[in-house]
Structures are given as structure tokens and as C-alpha cells.
Design a protein. Structure first.
Length: 227
């Protein structure tokens, strides 16, 4: 989801890399689940998010749609997002104590919060969202440790490649007819989300990335979004 933001208003004025220290650690979020509520349909999921969720919960992508997940139109492209519900728009994976039931395989946006990503010139950098987390007195932590994902450099490359592929598709969508737009969205959902990756165990991430890039190459060719 693209947002027009003034970095001076939302950040501490710095950009961060994987090896930088940043005040993001809120001590395990004890007694707090504010960032898991009231976020609307903004918690968009990428293919790795859904692969982790299906592997972690044992549920298929299709079985979670309409329950834990929903489909959201974002800049002309349909993508899955967390389905927040109730008066507080609470995450479906919170337990009665307000704790995360899927912390080990939580989505990427949840992993980096309160960090955000600033994309430019085919890459991105992390920044600290200073108004998003209600916790005070946060601790410094290395960015790659905070992300809590094996091989963070490979993960960053994947995030970057997925983002710019979706961006290229968003720019392509207006040239499609309504029927072509629908077909493109359904193709995207089936190829990257519905179709199992077969990744599991210690080699989960390596297997996922290998399969993802095969699919990405196919999608770029089919959808003509460039190399």
C-alpha cells in the first residue's frame, strides 16, 4: 500500500540498515496489544507471510479467507490482508489475554513494527515510526535481530522484489480491461498464495525463496511487468 508521507513528521529523521541499532524493542509488548487493533485492512500479506501462516496453522490459504484473512483491493491489485473484527477491529490471532497466538510465524509487518519501509530507486530502507507504538522507554535492538527472520539479507531482497513487482503490476492495471484486471488478480492470488510452496522444516526459507523466484519469473512474463 503506497502512502504519501512526510518523513519529518512520522520518523526520527534517520534511515536504518540491517546492522544498525534502533529503539524498537518494547520489552515483549507485556500488557499491550494496541498495534494489533484498529488497523483496518492495512495489514497486507505477502506470499511468505501466507506460506508461514499455512505451515504454522496447518490451514490452507482458501480456508482462512473470510475467517482470519480477507481480500483487499489495493491500488488496483487484490491482495490478502488480516481480517480484523469486532468493535476494536482486533487481529483474529489474538488470544483472550491479548497475546499473539502465531508469534513464531507472524506476518512481516508485525515483525518489523514499529519500523516501516521507505522505498526508493529500486530498493528500500527502514525507518522508525515514532507515533505508532504507544509503549514508552523502548530499548535499542539491531534491526536484523528485531526482524527475527533467518537470513535477513535474503529476506530484504525478497521483500524488495515482491514490492516492485506489485508496483509494476499496479502501474499496468489501468491499461487492462475490467475483465483483464480480474483475470490478472485471480492469476496473482492462485500463483503466489493459493498454490502450496511445499516448504517445511529447517529448509523452509530456502525452499520458499527458490520456488517464489520461479513463480515471479513466470508472472513477470505472463503479466508483462518487465524483468
Amino acid at each position: 500500500m503506497l502512502r504519501d508521507i512526510d518523513m519529518k513528521e512520522v520518523s526520527d529523521g534517520r534511515f536504518y540498515g540491517l546492522n544498525d541499532m534502533v529503539k524498537a524493542d518494547c520489552g515483549g509488548c507485556e500488557g499491550c496489544s494496541a498495534c494489533c487493533r484498529g488497523m483496518g485492512s492495512s495489514i497486507l500479506l505477502d506470499p511468505l507471510d501466507c506460506a508461514r501462516l499455512t505451515a504454522g496453522t496447518g490451514k490452507s490459504f482458501e480456508s482462512m479467507i473470510g475467517k482470519e484473512l480477507e481480500l483487499t483491493m489495493t491500488d488496483g491489485v487484490i491482495l490478502p490482508s488480516l481480517r480484523l473484527s469486532g468493535e476494536e477491529e482486533a487481529c483474529p490471532f489474538l488470544n483472550e489475554e491479548g497475546r499473539c497466538r502465531i508469534h513464531a510465524f507472524r506476518p512481516g509487518i508485525c515483525r518489523i513494527f514499529p519500523l516501516g519501509r521507505y522505498y526508493e530507486e529500486g530498493s528500500f530502507r527502514y525507518f522508525l515510526q515514532v507515533h505508532e507504538c504507544v509503549k514508552s522507554g523502548r530499548y535499542k535492538v539491531k534491526v536484523k535481530q528485531w526482524i527475527d527472520t533467518p537470513d535477513p539479507a535474503a529476506y530484504d531482497r525478497y521483500i524488495c522484489d515482491w514490492h516492485y513487482f506489485v508496483k509494476a503490476l499496479e502501474e499496468k492495471m489501468p491499461s487492462y480491461t475490467t475483465e483483464e484486471q480480474s483475470q490478472a488478480s485471480m492469476y496473482l492470488l492462485k500463483l503466489f498464495f493459493s498454490k502450496p510452496y511445499g516448504a517445511s522444516g529447517p529448509a523452509f526459507y530456502r525452499a520458499f525463496y527458490e520456488e517464489f523466484y520461479v513463480r515471479l519469473s513466470e508472472a513477470k512474463d505472463v503479466l508483462d511487468t518487465g524483468k
